[in-house]
Ligand binder design. Structure first.
Ligand code: CA
Length: 233
């Protein structure tokens, strides 16, 4: 299955938003959008998107605040800020808050698509996997040899992918839907079988928890999903 990159467009101006949706659908992306700050923030924090195009001036919560909250949750989320304001202070503020790039309106659609492609390539590099994950219980996962260091406990590639994805979220609870989307590559609108995730988590717990019935490393957060506890980096 070829996975389409998923883009969220947060933009309140109808003409610009619909134009952007058309352009990115045309270029083969899966596109979703929000037309005000609250909805944009909620979707941006869902973890379901590979890249977020974020307008600055929005009704409700502005784009800088949304970017700030995205960064507090996920250092790896790709974000490009869009704005009509082009002063140096705005650019500095956007980049300080952690946007990957900054595109001033009016922009050329071709340029914007190229910038999006570049940021997606970089974030792919940014996601280059860590070789080791040191769990809170002292076990060290060797992600290349798919084992726990010093033992012959073996993992499947998918199990390691789940651990690496959880590890990149810095202890944030991750929903089953997000794991299916990001690790398995399901489209976010598919009628998805979340039990697949639970089965993989159960298998992982049997391999890494001292007592799989009382997990201390992969925690279940009611209503939110799973979170991974690692040693302080
Ligand atoms: Ca706007």
């Amino acid at each position: 299955m070829i996975e389409k990159a998923r883009i969220l467009i947060v933009e309140d101006e109808v003409a610009i938003r619909t134009g952007l949706v058309d352009v990115f659908v045309f270029h083969g992306y899966e596109v979703d959008y929000a037309d005000h700050g609250e909805e944009g923030l909620r979707k941006a924090l869902s973890g379901l998107y590979d890249l977020i195009l974020l307008d600055v001036m929005l009704p409700g919560i502005n784009g800088f605040e949304i970017c700030n909250q995205i960064r507090q949750q996920d250092r790896q989320q790709a974000v490009i800020m869009l704005t009509a304001r082009t002063s140096d202070e705005d650019i500095v503020e956007g980049l300080t808050l952690g946007a990957d790039d900054y595109v001033a309106k009016p922009f050329s659609v071709t340029q914007l698509v190229l910038r999006v492609q570049a940021v997606l390539r970089r974030s792919g590099i940014g996601e280059r996997q860590q070789r080791q994950i040191s769990l809170i219980n002292g076990a060290v996962i060797d992600t290349e040899n798919l084992c726990i260091e010093g033992t012959d406990g073996l993992f499947t590639r998918r199990e390691i992918d789940v651990l690496q994805y959880l590890n990149r979220q810095s202890g944030r609870p991750v929903s089953r839907e997000e794991l299916l989307t990001k690790v398995w590559g399901y489209a976010s609108d598919m009628d998805i079988e979340t039990r697949t995730v639970d089965i993989h988590i159960a298998k992982l717990r049997r391999k890494i928890e001292v007592d799989p019935a009382d997990p201390q490393v992969i925690l279940t957060v009611r209503g939110a999903g799973y979170r991974l506890l690692v040693e302080d980096p």
